[in-house]
Design a protein around this ligand. Structure first.
Ligand code: PLP
Length: 397
């Protein structure tokens, strides 16, 4: 089966950072929990125990994958919820100690918008700059720390440009100063090793649909002894910290997916790196094209290129007409094109940042897919540049 392609066999899916398909083996493990094993894990009979044991076993699978203890894993409704819980939970539980949070300017909106909301509640937030590759400098972290800093939140790997942050080093700085440290590792699982001990983190967010598990389920790692407010109030689920009947099939799927992703990590990363090299080499042959993100310290499946003089949205529309699914950092909002906050933070001028194209590879992509993309894209770029008033004469044909 090639899930990159639709029934007519012609969709090339290069948007795995947006979401992945649910692996058929993962789906198989989930199915019985929709039908025969549908008991509520909180109910007091044998049938419900089957569900409870399935949730316990998935918790063990997630814990093993990230080198945590089982009772440090809390299931959530996905990456956004995990980020919100980690940041708001720490902020409100430690408000007496301090009012200041440090994060980076290139976080996912699940972190940035949460921090902006906290500012409205009276918290102060420092948004760290990044270098031209999108990396946070540890010196800047040190400088930003104040006596009232209670939390640092820096993502493991960026979803747009794939840059990997110096998380173990930032974690060490946070620990020396007795400040809680959260990382959004949503894009990292299955691509790079994720070990909560090696990373020196207190909280870590995960999302199942980024590693061939189902959507709408995630987890938050909370190191033992961490003071944070409960996510929700109600039943006694998730040790009373996140009330609500568990998404049993989703949780089972997440457990199976993370086990598969971590066991296949090396082989997967090698396959991704090979395709990435082929992709980057071909893309950079196109004139006035720049690679965004770090040249080496980046996710093995991520390529983000910027084509000068044109807009990412137009590239996507044209790629779509050739059955290729990809992504761009620019988003059409209320008649104005907003360039990516990540590319702007890396120092790309607004007009250049508009031309970004993100291609994120997945396990079923092949060299033929990359060839097809390259052959299709080059004439598209030429056509768009020929139409663009921004294109200088020498770049027009
Ligand atoms: N954090 C990062 C880095 C992401 O890439 C995403 C999803 O794109 C999220 C958080 C949100 O995860 P979810 O879609 O599970 O809410």
């Amino acid at each position: 089966m090639n899930t990159n392609k639709d029934d007519t066999g012609n969709i090339i899916y290069l948007d795995h950072a947006a979401t992945t398909f649910t692996d058929p083996k993962v789906l198989e493990t989930m199915m019985p929990y929709f039908t025969e094993n549908f008991g509520n894990p909180s109910s007091p009979y044998d049938m419900a125990n089957v569900s409870k044991e399935a949730v316990d076993s998935a918790r063990q699978q997630v814990a093993t994958a990230i080198n945590a203890d089982t009772d440090e894993i809390y299931f959530t409704g996905g990456g956004t919820e995990s980020d919100n819980w980690a940041i708001k939970g720490i902020a409100f539980a430690n408000r007496k100690k301090g009012n200041h949070i440090i994060t980076s300017s290139i976080e996912h909106h699940a972190v940035l918008h949460t921090c902006q909301w906290l500012e409205k509640q009276g918290f102060e937030v420092t948004y760290l700059p990044v270098d031209k590759y999108g990396q946070v400098r540890t010196e800047d972290v040190k400088k930003a720390i104040r006596d009232d800093t209670i939390l640092i939140s820096v993502m493991l790997a960026n979803n747009e440009i794939g840059t990997i942050q110096p998380i173990p080093q930032i974690g060490r700085i946070a620990r020396e100063k007795n400040i809680y440290f959260h990382t959004d590792a949503v894009q990292g699982i299955g691509q790079v090793p994720v070990d909560v001990e090696a990373l020196n983190v207190d909280l870590l967010s995960l999302s199942s649909h980024k590693f061939y598990g189902p959507k709408g389920v995630g987890a938050l790692y909370i190191k033992k002894g961490t003071r944070l407010d409960n996510h929700s109030h109600g039943g006694a689920q998730e040790k009373k910290k996140r009330a609500g009947t568990e998404n049993v099939p989703g949780i089972v799927g997440m457990g199976a997916a993370i086990e598969q992703a971590t066991s296949q990590l090396e082989e997967h990363a090698a396959h991704m790196k090979k395709l990435r090299a082929q992709l980057v080499e071909g893309l950079l042959l196109i004139p006035a094209t720049h690679l965004a993100g770090h040249p080496e310290k980046r996710l093995p499946n991520n390529v983000n290129v910027i084509f000068e003089y044109i807009e990412g949205e137009s590239i996507l529309l044209m790629l779509n007409s050739y059955s290729i699914a990809a992504s761009t950092g620019s988003a059409c909002t209320s008649a104005s094109l907003e360039p990516s906050h990540v590319l702007i933070a890396c120092g790309f001028p607004h007009e250049v940042a508009h031309g970004s194209l993100r291609l994120t590879l997945g396990k079923e992509n092949t060299e033929e897919d990359v060839d097809y993309l390259l052959q299709t894209l080059e004439p598209i770029i030429r056509r768009l540049r020929a139409m663009s008033p921004m294109t200088p004469k020498e770049q027009r044909e």
